[in-house]
Design a protein around this ligand. Sequence first.
Ligand code: CO
Length: 147
Amino acid sequence: MTEPLLTEIDHVAIAVRDMDAAIDWYVQTLGARIAHRELVEHDGVEETLVAVAESYVQLVSPTREDSAVARFLATRGEGLHHVAYRVQDCAEALEAVRRAGNRVVDEAPRRGSRGTMIAFVHPKSSFGTLVELVQEGSANGKSTPPQ
Ligand code: CO
């Protein structure tokens, strides 16, 4: 691979059981600003984006017992869930990763929160950390600065 695929860290995702308590902690203790909160129905999760410069900490909590994040919390407890990197083109990045012989979770990019396109690389291929590739809705690989 010659061109770097990753343009920035988009978010570090942390699985939490109590979303409101986690938000309070980031706001009260770290003085953080909440940029976005969204129910992602098809993944059975609620996501909250805590703004940190041009990146985010993403708090994730399950809304259903059968969601992947509910299973994660049951087996591994609260903590680091995945690291998400911005890419110019999610489909291209996913294909490059797959071509290099890696296992992927998503066969094709799909919709994430905030109108992004996302795909996950399997942690078995990425040294134990679930990796997410994020293409911003604007398709230029840059974030809109948090307002
Ligand atoms: Co994510």
